[in-house]
Design a binder for this molecule. Structure first.
Ligand code: NAP
Length: 288
């Protein structure tokens, strides 16, 4: 059997088109273009690529974007004051601090993320937004799991009552993914490095989400025939070769649907960021 291929491009385009329509309507109604500020500290090459992609996506969708590039030796207080300025800037509706931070600032990561106004927290990492997600109140949610959920919805994949297994319990992927699936009435199991007999757990999954960070970690024998397999992993195994957490070639013969890497969830993450910027602008306007 060959699985249905869930290509990120198709779903990402649909999400961006919708975000673009809402951004245009917002501008027409309020005379302001929804705006995103991306703060990048240091010269990490991968981060520079991500920031460039975000800027291009903003241009494509019709959002205002501003890049704040700072040297790696930026003092902590300086970065905090820049976040404060962006919090107060009416042209900016969403603020994103590109991670990872340089070594000297890394220990303060949570302090920086918590300084971002929750209303502008388009990464959905602020404890206020995390709390809202836990109790099921509307808020800004992390882009990667939100993108996976949107893809399931657009692909017409039923979640209600299904067994979902998430491998990974990080704050940015695993935990919010669990909460979002639970909200849609899946029965969710979260696995991690202490889980015993992982294959016996994953084989029960109708929907299997891999967010581990290990190349080809999910093998065909771990997948229930016909399952929907979402591969969040991005692993560089050679200078120009990215692979996911799923052994794609083998698993596609067992699964009912599968996301590729590259060209899968990564594209959805950027698309959902655009959606979150527009949503942040709308929510700020509604709360005025
Ligand atoms: P992370 O913080 O390193 O978390 C990895 C999780 O995998 C942890 O919960 C860990 O368990 C679990 N794990 C590790 N070894 C395991 C094992 N042998 N069995 C079961 N679970 C195991 O990673 P992350 O930030 O969630 O990211 C995961 C992957 O997604 C990475 O490849 C990352 O690059 C990718 N990613 C992609 C996007 C995108 O846009 N597509 C966005 C974010 C992340 P413990 O908690 O017990 O350590």
């Amino acid at each position: 059997m060959t699985a249905r291929l869930l290509e990120g491009k198709f779903f990402a385009n649909a999400i961006k088109e919708e975000a673009g329509r809402r951004a245009a309507a917002f501008e027409e109604k309020y005379g302001v273009v929804p705006g995103l500020a991306v703060i990048i500290v240091g010269e990490d090459p991968a981060s520079q690529v991500y920031v460039r992609n975000k800027r291009r996506s903003c241009e494509k969708v019709g959002l205002y974007s501003r890049e704040v590039a700072l040297p790696a030796d930026t003092p902590k207080e300086k970065l905090l004051s820049i976040i404060d300025e962006l919090n107060a800037d009416p042209k900016i509706h969403g603020i994103l601090l590109q991670l990872p931070l340089p070594k000297a600032l890394d220990p303060y990561e949570n302090e920086f993320l918590n300084r971002i106004d929750p209303a502008k927290d388009v990464d959905g990492f602020h404890p206020v937004n995390v709390g809202r997600l836990v109790i099921g109140e509307p808020g800004l949610t992390p882009c990667t799991p939100a993108g996976c959920m949107k893809m399931l919805e657009l692909a017409g994949i039923d979640i209600d009552g299904k067994n979902a297994v998430v491998i990974g319990r990080s704050n940015i992927v695993g935990k919010p993914m669990m909460l979002m699936l639970m909200k849609k009435n899946a029965t969710v199991t979260v696995c991690h490095s202490h889980t015993q007999d992982l294959p016996s757990v994953t084989r029960r999954a109708d929907i299997l989400v891999a967010a581990v960070g290990r190349p080809h970690f999910v093998t065909a024998d771990m997948v229930k025939p016909g399952a929907v397999v979402i591969d969040v992993g991005i692993n560089r195994i050679a200078p120009k070769k990215l692979v996911g957490d799923v052994d794609f070639d083998a698993v596609k013969e067992v699964a009912g649907a599968i996301t590729p890497v590259p060209g899968g969830v990564g594209l959805l993450t950027v698309a959902m960021l655009m959606d979150n910027v527009v949503r942040a602008a709308e929510m700020q306007q509604n709360n005025k």
